[in-house]
Design a protein around this ligand. Structure first.
Ligand code: NDP
Length: 492
């Protein structure tokens, strides 16, 4: 028996399992030693003369060197996008645009194993997630928007849609290729050209995507990829010839971008942080809810803007639920992202690991009770044990701020009214979850929850047809569905 199994508050695990290693072969992906910027269909050295290393967060090994785009490089990329927009793409027959998007979707499917391995190596997420979630969804977004490209007048009846022009797109490190797809697919379908900046710690799948564009024979300059750091993103935001900025990332940077663009006429959509309430009523299917809770917060190491990081449990089932949850945590496997049995991979960067540690220390200092299952972590790399805090005050930092790590805060409620009040007691409004067997209660809750997405008896489900976005400090604008197209169009 393990130490955990002996504890009174945790029911014993049914059996001890030892999993044999099941590594995904990494030789399917071969990185270049160095990647330049992708501008006008060519890989070019940066005018800035600067490069930086991208590393694997699981092993700390360097995977490649990547260009750091400065102001002049951003200017060249925007110029290439403008030229492609004026001299071809915006005037192309919509069914031709659709053809390119379909090709990209199919190539993503064909190369999905290679791209999934690259994603897990560069970002640290478990291969079963990049293989089964990120890649299929990225391809699905291109398929979905390919279908709309020649049907825009049906998507927006009685209105005459026109593209905006050049879109500057800035994406984070938690779903690198998927966020790329969320941004590029609707922009191109609507007839825009793009300059995309991936996050500093996860540039490699965006760079491999340049080869997908080449294979699809996408005209040069329609997609430009510029790697760099926050300063590169800031240059892109400030560029006077960009018609639209689409940003996904932290609320702090989102606010700075909004300030920068105020009064300029540049279109803007912001998809920012979250502190979602996952609300569990006493009539729910408890075992199913436990899986939903685990998926809600430990999926992708909790690096998920819509993660169910605040668990609201009805008091009458608090004890059995917490006991089952703790037991379930003892079965999560933390480790090598390329192992097919891994549930929780590496934390994306050292900086993010330090941020999580600091939050967890503040939770303990503020009087919450911490539970972490016994867990052997690899010696190298950045790791954090899946963590649950109980006895959490609503006002504490771990209940209010986005941790963006595998850390769950548990609070309780007695009535549906109290659940709504507590769930909405946040600066954010991106997502929420409701677990109950009563359909009427789901509808009652959904009407009252201030969240862009409300999942019922499930969590973290995504579909390209469904709009996604937030209220309050979670940003504005929607991605996905027809709403996602509208964000890249203007109307006569
Ligand atoms: P950022 O918001 O800094 O990063 C998001 C993207 O914006 C990256 O591509 C980043 O570039 C770029 N960027 C950074 N500064 C600027 C700027 N001034 N102008 C334009 N673009 C900029 O998030 P962090 O990576 O710093 O993460 C910090 C915290 O933010 C996390 O702990 C988490 O709480 C939250 N976060 C939330 C996300 C979400 O989807 N809700 C996603 C990512 C983070 P670069 O990577 O090169 O710095």
């Amino acid at each position: 028996m393990t130490d955990v199994a002996k504890r009174k508050d945790v029911a014993p695990a049914p059996l001890e399992w030892e999993y044999a290693p099941a590594p995904e072969a990494r030789d399917i992906v071969r990185f270049e030693e160095r990647y330049g910027l992708f501008v006008a269909g060519e890989h070019v050295d940066p005018k800035s003369g600067q490069w930086f290393a991208t590393t694997s967060p699981a092993s700390e090994e360097q995977l490649a060197e990547v260009a750091l785009a400065g102001a002049e490089d951003v200017d060249l990329a925007v110029g290439a996008a403008r030229e492609a927009y004026e001299n071809g793409w915006s005037g192309l027959r919509p069914s031709e645009r659709a053809k390119y998007l379909f090709r990209i979707a199919r190539i993503l499917q064909e190369r999905s194993r290679e791209l999934a391995v690259a994603e897990s190596l560069d970002g640290g997420k478990p291969i079963k997630e990049s293989r089964d979630v990120d890649l299929p969804l990225a391809a699905a977004h291109f398929f979905y928007y390919a279908g709309w490209a020649d049907k825009l007048e049906y998507a927006f009846p009685n209105r005459r849609p026109r593209p905006l022009g050049v879109a500057g797109q800035i994406i984070p490190w938690n779903f690198p290729l998927l966020m790329l797809a969320w941004k590029i697919a609707p922009a191109l379908a609507a007839g825009n050209t793009v300059v995309l900046k991936p996050a500093e710690t996860t540039p490699l799948t965006a760079l491999l995507f340049t080869d997908v564009c080449r294979q699809a024979e996408l005209p040069p300059g329609v997609v430009n990829i510029i790697t760099g750091d926050g300063s590169t993103g800031a240059h892109l935001v400030k560029h006077p010839d960009v018609n639209k900025i689409a940003f996904t990332g932290s609320t702090e940077v989102g606010k700075a971008i909004q300030r920068e663009l105020a009064g300029t006429g540049t279109h803007l959509t912001l998809e920012l942080g979250g502190k979602a309430a996952n609300i569990v009523f006493d009539d729910c299917a408890l075992d199913q809810a436990i899986e939903g809770i685990v998926n809600g917060i430990y999926f992708n190491q909790g690096h998920v803007c819509c993660a169910g990081s605040r668990l609201l449990v009805q008091e009458s089932i608090y004890e059995p639920l917490v006991s089952k949850l703790k037991r379930r945590l003892t079965t999560l496997r933390v480790g090598d992202p390329l192992d097919k049995n891994t549930d929780v991979g590496a934390i994306n960067s050292k900086a993010q690991l330090e941020r999580i540690r600091e939050f967890v220390a503040s939770g303990t200092e503020e009087g919450a009770e911490i539970y972490q299952p016994p867990c052997r972590l690899p010696e190298k790399g950045y790791w954090f044990v899946p963590t649950v805090f109980t006895n959490v005050a609503q006002s504490s930092r771990i209940a209010q701020e986005e941790i963006f790590g595998p850390v769950l805060s548990v609070l309780t409620f007695r009535t549906p009214e109290e659940a709504v009040e507590k769930a909405n007691n946040t600066a954010y409004g991106l997502s929420a979850g409701v677990w109950t067997e009563k359909g009427s209660r789901i509808l009652w809750m959904t009407e009252r929850l201030r969240a862009g997405v409300v999942w019922a008896n499930t969590f973290n489900r995504f579909d390209p047809t469904s709009p996604f976005g937030g209220y309050k400090e979670s940003g504005f604008g929607r991605e996905g569905g027809r709403h996602g197209l509208e964000a890249y169009l203007t109307f006569d």
